[in-house]
Design a protein around this ligand. Structure first.
Ligand code: 13P
Ligand code: SF4
Length: 328
């Protein structure tokens, strides 16, 4: 056991070198064996790991083949050649990967990795919205179940929501289920947006007074906010965009001091890439994203569980809504 761990440590040393600023040596000593095993299992099983930006650094920088925001993960899922996709993220992301790759095996390391937005709306709710607003197209955030996507005209992510809304060439859209994303997009377009009452349990916790307090404590700080934050938070931030857009902003602008008003692992993952930037860290953990661990990624590769399946009766309309978004 001691030998196994020390050889795993030696083999993963180049990876550790990348993340040593955010993972202390005793923690890597615990992770190394699983990282090493996952790298070997991926080769044996012809598998790839797609990881969202909110995954912890030992996953994000240690075992992932493709990392990004929801939009990038959906796009990249269409290009995967491997037989197996392990989705290190939440359930709707794994469902989207499966929708776009019906012939591949898509595994999620913990089936209970949900999302408060996806839980905030059902297919029946969407049908009722259509009855209430006849003829108004439905734009659905990808943070939803396949059943909800199947009732929708087109999907969007936080990275393309404005473009999707404006692509429809209509005066009004129904935008589901994130009320704050809908309100934040409404400030950027003439299209009238009818929203739902869903919220992200992580981003709804940030307040405008947090932003003011941060500026008082750190006068030169640059504040970036995810568009799932309440509109008054986004209004006081210096920039708002998807997780990928926030990462790109830091890479291009290199602010000396930055706050990412989003999930905690984002700052860890981005700071590995930009050691010269100081990250101030008020952040909130997503309990669903945090269900994914090295241990359950390894278990998924070893056992082939849990496999994501989609009801064939709703797969086609849901796929259409996602593919329509990707075609823009
Ligand atoms: P992004 O698409 O910006 O990565 O956001 C996904 C998400 O779940 C944010 O909470
Ligand atoms: Fe859902 Fe919010 Fe977690 Fe993203 S951060 S997965 S929107 S609960």
């Amino acid at each position: 056991m001691a030998n196994l761990s020390s050889s795993a440590l030696a083999r993963t040393a180049p990876l550790y070198d990348r993340v040593k600023r955010v993972i202390p040596p005793p923690e890597w000593a615990v992770f190394a064996e699983d990282v090493d095993a996952i790298l070997a299992l991926k080769r044996e099983r012809n598998a790839v790991v797609l990881a969202h930006n909110y995954q912890t650094p030992e996953i994000f920088h240690g075992v992932a083949d493709i990392v990004g925001d929801s939009l990038l993960l959906a796009r990249e899922a269409t290009k995967v050649n491997a037989d197996i996709i392990v989705l290190a993220g939440v359930h709707f992301m794994a469902e989207t990967a499966k929708l776009l790759n019906p012939e591949k095996t898509v595994l999620i390391p913990d089936l209970a990795a949900g999302c408060s937005l996806a839980d905030s709306i059902t297919a029946q709710d969407v049908r009722l919205m259509r009855q209430r607003y006849p003829g108004v197209p439905v734009v659905t955030y990808v943070n939803t179940s396949v059943a909800v996507k199947a009732e929708s005209d087109i999907c969007c992510t936080s990275g393309n929501a404005l473009k999707v809304v404006e692509s429809l060439g209509v005066e009004r859209v129904i935008m589901l289920p994130d009320e704050y994303l809908a309100q934040n997009i409404a400030t950027q377009t003439d299209v009238k947006i009818i929203a739902w009452k869903g919220h992200c349990e992580v981003h709804e916790l940030f307040t405008a007074s947090d932003v003011r307090q941060l500026r008082e404590n750190h006068p030169d700080v640059t504040i970036l906010a995810h568009p799932e934050c309440p509109p008054e938070v986004v209004a006081e931030a210096d920039f708002s965009g998807s997780t990928a857009a926030m990462s790109e902003y830091v890479g291009k602008q290199r602010p000396p001091r930055v706050v990412l008003l989003t999930e905690c692992s984002m700052s860890d993952n981005v700071s590995v890439l930009h050691p010269e930037v100081e990250f101030i860290r008020p952040c909130n953990l997503c309990p669903h994203m945090k269900r994914i661990t090295l241990k359950n990624i390894r278990h998924a590769l070893e056992t082939g569980r849990d496999e994501v399946t989609i009801d064939p009766a709703i797969a086609a309309p849901a796929r259409r809504a996602v593919e329509r978004m990707l075609a823009l």
